[in-house]
Design a binder for this molecule. Structure first.
Ligand code: ADP
Length: 617
């Protein structure tokens, strides 16, 4: 854009216009948060100016970095002024005038369509905080001067409808003044009383003085630098809310002052629930890094391993340089030491919960257990340690509650050598799996694992406290002697197995008489060294052409169905019914494993059999 001495009009992009329309017309609850957003923008701009001052010595002496808020009841205006980094023409057009997150509009419209209230508080999370001011203002004017030589002072103004204009300004100090012309029904925000209470509520911890009237309105700075005993729970929780924008109180915190090879202070929090989708870019914010008391970034997640990314808070260290990129920080020995100390401390806190406060730990695990499991891949050295933090469903409670491996092992009879588990796609199908029958009869506990992450991790885990993990769907189940069963004469068993072998042919690896079934007629088991059916299911869902390894069909020779099949076969009459019954048994077993790809043939066959069975002639 060529420089001009004239005022220039710009049109908002279509999406921005729609968004503005929504902001102006549908956000009524929590309107006061606009001030938090504007103060937060001012504070960001001040942080940038401070880093610039500290790293670029040509800037001269330290200047006053502060926010000044002025109200004018008569004119019904409210101004927020900062001595920060200011905005260039490009900033005004491409940063201020553009929706950062394309999901914003869709999200708000979805909420509206669903008849849900759209809370103004949601706005800030989408990177359009500035525009929330149009909830209360019908016109906004900005005067800004960016820091640096040859900077151009600019005025920006808009009424929040279709357009904004930019014209040359007269500001002489770098920084920005945002002046709101308040709507008639928002007069309240032109009073010091109201403004002061909003600052106390949302912006008390802002790192720069906020001057209102003749006083500083925010009171508390650098909470983490205070002595632990000098902070109240309430202050700490408020600080957490300020940092994260979360409404709920955190369920735990750590206040650290570490002196050693690296020295740092930290105030960390464990939220009561996930604050957003994990492992996604938008959710990377949450760990604020200060170097020597100066704010650097609010997304210093590289100071935590991936499986502890849910932890939020502040780390303040003198041992990292100010102007250094994430990539460099990540590799620096100081950052690595901080990461390993934080990991130890956080796991230490969680460990205390497992022994002193089971209820709290279980609540934590319900929310964050899935993320902790990521550590099995990324932090190989801590695999054994992480296993202690896992909680699994188990037949001990009939799959109703979670158990620690330690407790499973404690309940094991002395001669049991394995920790048995069953992978499945849902808790319900695990609970009713035929594979469990013999375990139920023998009173052996089995872990039920419906979480796909477990399918990918547990089979690779060596052992826990010397007990190895063993899937119960394999052929190599050795549960000791089982002489009490198998009453079918050997010849009959052979005939039966042969019938199945002939009928099923190449589709299976073999047929065997089962020792694990009690009520079910048959089940598929994994041949030695084969893949667990649940793993196979997952592979198939990722690649429809994937062909799993062949299975062994185990049949329950005790089952009345098997006796009937044998009888039918010896009468040499309805051979087609024998074949259909065998097909049905086989596909039924596939179905139970979630691996029946064409249910239509199964249902058609079942219908034919039912027609025969219900025929009264
Ligand atoms: P967000 O702050 O989430 O990025 P905003 O709509 O509030 O979204 O602001 C958009 C951008 O405008 C900011 O990222 C920043 O670049 C710029 N900006 C807003 N207010 C100021 C200010 N007071 N000083 C400097 N830049 C600002």
């Amino acid at each position: 854009m060529a420089e001009t001495t004239q005022s220039q009009q710009f049109e908002y992009k279509a999406e921005m216009q729609q968004l503005l329309h929504l902001i102006v017309n549908s956000l009524y609850t929590n309107q006061e948060i606009f001030l938090r957003e504007l103060i937060s923008n001012a504070s960001d701009a001040l942080n940038k100016a401070r880093i610039r001052q500290l790293t670029d010595h040509s800037e001269g002496d330290k200047e006053d970095l502060q926010i000044t808020i002025t109200v004018d009841e008569e004119a019904n205006t409210l101004s927020i002024e900062d001595t920060g980094i200011g905005m260039t023409r490009d900033d005004l057009i491409n940063r201020l005038g553009t929706v950062a997150s394309s999901g914003t509009l869709a999200f708000i419209e979805e909420q509206k369509a669903a008849g849900k209230k759209v809370d103004a508080d949601m706005i800030g999370k989408f990177g359009v905080g500035f525009y929330s001011a149009f909830m209360v203002a019908d016109k906004i004017e900005i005067e800004t001067l960016p820091a640096g030589e040859k900077a151009e002072s600019l005025n920006w103004s808009s009424d929040g409808a279709g357009t904004y204009s930019i014209s040359p300004g007269t500001r002489s100090d770098h920084g920005t003044n945002v002046k709101l012309h308040l709507k008639e029904d928002a007069k309240d925000f032109a009073t010091e009383l109201r403004v002061r209470s909003i600052i106390r509520k949302y912006s008390n911890f802002v790192d720069f003085p906020i001057i209102l009237g003749s006083e500083q309105a925010n009171t508390i700075k650098a909470l983490w630098r205070k002595r632990k005993d000098d902070i109240t729970d309430e202050e700490r929780n408020e600080f957490y809310k300020f940092l994260t924008g979360d409404y709920s109180e955190p369920i735990g915190h750590l206040h650290l002052q570490i002196e050693g090879l690296v020295s740092f202070g930290a105030l960390l929090f464990i939220p009561s629930q996930p604050t957003g989708p994990f492992f996604q870019e938008e959710n990377r914010r949450g760990l604020h890094l200060y170097c020597s008391g100066v704010f650097v970034r609010d997304d210093a997640q590289e100071l935590l391993p991936d499986y502890l990314q849910f932890v939020k808070g502040v780390v303040d260290t003198d041992d990292l340089p100010l102007n250094v990129s994430r990539e460099v920080t990540q590799k620096s020995p100081a950052a690595q030491r901080i990461r390993s100390t934080l990991t130890n401390k956080i796991l230490g806190l969680l460990k205390d919960w497992t022994s002193d406060n089971e209820e709290l730990y279980n609540k934590f695990f319900g929310n964050f257990g899935g993320i902790l499991k990521a550590g099995f891949w990324s932090d190989y050295d801590r695999r054994d340690e992480l296993l202690e933090f896992m909680r699994y469903y188990s037949t001990h409670s009939n799959g109703r509650s979670l158990t620690a491996l330690k407790d499973y092992v404690e309940r094991m009879p002395e001669d049991q050598e394995n920790i048995y588990y069953l992978l499945s796609d849902s808790l319900e199908s695990a609970r009713t799996s035929p594979h469990l029958e013999v375990f139920a009869r023998k009173g052996i506990e089995v872990l039920l694992l419906p979480d796909p992450v477990d399918t990918l991790t547990l089979p690779n885990m060596a052992d826990f406290e010397g007990k190895s993990f063993k899937s119960i769907t394999g052929t190599d189940l050795d549960l000791g002697d089982d002489t009490e069963e198998v009453s079918l004469p050997d010849d009959d068993t052979d005939t039966l197995l042969k019938l199945f072998r002939v009928q099923l042919g190449e589709r299976i690896q073999d047929v065997a008489a089962s020792r694990r079934l009690v009520d079910s007629a048959a089940t598929l088991v994994t041949a030695k060294d084969g893949m667990d059916p649940q793993m196979e299911r997952m592979m198939k869902s990722m690649n429809p052409d994937y062909e799993g390894a062949k299975k062994v069909l185990e049949v329950n020779v005790e089952h009345p169905l098997m006796k009937n099949i044998l009888a039918l076969n010896s009468e040499k009459k309805q051979s087609s019914l024998v074949e259909e019954a065998i097909e049905q048994v086989y596909e039924g077993a596939l179905l139970m494993d979630g691996n029946l790809s064409e249910p239509s043939a199964f249902v058609a066959r079942m219908t034919r059999i039912l027609v025969d069975a219900t025929n009264t002639n």
